[in-house]
Design a binder for this molecule. Structure first.
Ligand SMILES: Nc1ncnc2c1ncn2[C@@H]1O[C@H](COP(=O)(O)OP(=O)(O)O)[C@@H](O)[C@H]1O
Ligand SMILES: [Mg+2]
Length: 259
């Protein structure tokens, strides 16, 4: 099912430190939304609030409202584990479980959800997820080999397979290509294009060409000064952001005049 995310007046803290302030945006269903901005402006922090990963850090908290499929994901009755099942995450460094085979890596999330599966169900999930991550043809003959034996780009696609194996609605990606070579990066970008027909995707990238290539909409975050909270400066269609942004600071950042 297509899921949008509505963010209203979100403020994010680490203890007394306010890292991000006053974010409002709508992430559209089945599209790619990119977050860009200088280091330290809160892109990763904000991304982690979209699946309730921020609050696992001691002292960390979120104010405001984030609606996922018509439900406030921070409402007291909502189970954060259920939110994380609906909103999967892929990190900067590929992080397959080092002791697990390719096969078991794909199923790791499903097994955490403790659903009993028959062997044929498990096989189907593995194949479907690896196909979905454009990795099946490369690994189908060595599913029982360690996930760590794959190249970096393959490991990242394995992590994407693991994320989609639990059938989330949204995929969050935090600089998923920054540890990869250009060819592996292109493979992930192609994959993102395919995945957006099924999933709502939010990607943080420090690479503006990548944001321009893969996203439909872009949010530019910035800091007024060191030690100040980050904030969303502009949120617009990617085309507009990169040709005729509304905000001067966006223009300056995109044209490389700072950051
Ligand atoms: N675990 C943490 N504890 C305290 N402060 C943090 C933590 N993680 C990030 N920060 C701070 O929050 C701000 C935003 O960081 P981050 O979200 O990582 O920015 P970005 O991803 O845009 O580079 C920075 O000032 C950073 O130092
Ligand atoms: Mg970051």
């Amino acid at each position: 099912m297509a899921t949008s995310i509505d963010v209203s007046d979100v403020h994010i803290y680490y203890g007394d430190f306010k890292a991000v302030e006053g974010v409002n945006m709508t992430v559209k269903a089945r599209s790619v939304t990119a977050f860009i901005g200088p280091s330290g402006c809160g892109k990763s922090t904000f991304l982690r609030t979209l699946n309730r990963m921020h609050e696992v850090i001691p002292g960390a908290r979120v104010e405001g409202k984030i609606m996922l499929q018509g439900t406030d994901m921070y409402a007291p009755e909502v189970d954060p584990v259920a939110v994380r099942r609906q909103v999967g995450m892929v990190f900067q460094r590929p992080n397959p479980f080092p002791t697990m085979s390719i096969y078991d890596n794909v199923l790791a999330g499903n097994r955490l959800n403790s659903k009993r599966m028959s062997k044929s169900e498990a096989d189907d999930i593995v194949e479907k997820s690896l196909r979905g991550a454009n990795l099946w043809n490369e690994v189908k003959d060595r599913l029982n080999r360690p996930g760590m034996g794959l190249s970096g780009g393959q490991q990242q696609r394995l992590c994407i397979a693991r994320a989609i194996a639990v059938e989330p609605q949204v995929l969050l990606m935090d600089e998923p290509c920054s540890a990869l070579d250009p060819i592996s990066t292109a493979a992930i970008e192609d994959l993102i294009h395919e995945l957006k027909t099924t999933y709502t995707i939010v990607i943080v990238t420090h690479n503006m060409q990548q944001a321009a290539r893969v996203s439909d909409e872009t949010g530019f975050f910035n800091l007024k000064a060191a030690g100040q909270p980050g904030h969303l400066v502009e949120f617009n269609s990617t085309k507009k952001m990169f040709t005729n942004p509304d905000n001067e600071a966006t223009e300056a950042y995109i044209s490389g005049r700072f950051g």
